[in-house]
Design a protein around this ligand. Sequence first.
Ligand code: ADP
Length: 266
Amino acid sequence: TVCVVGSLNLDLVTRVRRHPRPGETVTGEWTRTFPGGKGANQALAAARAGARTQLVGRVGADGNSYLAGLAERGVDCAAVLVTPDEATGRAIVMVDEQGENNIVVCPGANGHVTAADVDARAVISADVLLLQLELPVDVVRRAIDLAAAAGVRTVLNASPWSLSASELAELADVVIVNEHEAAALGPVPGTVCVTLGSRGARWLGIHVPAPEVQAVDTTGAGDAFAGTLAARLAAVAEPGQALHAAVTAGAAACCHLGPQGWALTG
Ligand code: ADP
């Protein structure tokens, strides 16, 4: 089992010819609402990679069809709470013709997750606890502490980058970062897995190149990578095999619009 304590967002996505400069207005080609949020993206990737997956987090009153869609796709959402007087977290995403994105995240209900919301049973009964940095830092810390006390392996995707990333990274067994985050992080005691975009990823001295793909939207590629790596580790795969599966999933995630490959209507 993989337990993901993390964020759920509704992503409002538009395609632009090129990104606007500050003060500039550009025309988007269309808008669509995609399910997103690093926690949910990673949980769905773990489920698709074959792991029993439990997600812990919060949505607003507008999050029910999102949760139903995740549950239909294999993510156990029983420990996702509803904050009735907040909106589900939102991301405003612009994707350009190269598939490069610019993102603004509004935490909404994710900002209301507390350390007390972390379902201890879900954490300590897991093989792997998977975390990101889109929830309040004390929530991430509480989840790591619970897991560490129970001997559950912890995987931290130290993204989006924050000042507490280095401190939390010291507590995790495996840290997943992209190249920018790796540079900011510096050396940590656990093992660091670095994703290299179209060049694949590197972990424990192993470099796995990515398959060449026609990227249409790279949003969520790193999340597909992290969720898949966690699922393979929960299944006790060899590191090289786990890394290969994660790189393949990351590349596949670049080939569809939206981080999870499904859309919400309305
Ligand atoms: P992030 O999206 O978190 O910044 P990366 O850009 O390093 O992370 O991408 C994460 C993973 O997604 C990579 O390790 C790779 O497997 C895959 N990936 C990302 N961009 C591409 C691409 N252009 N072509 C093929 N695979 C990609």
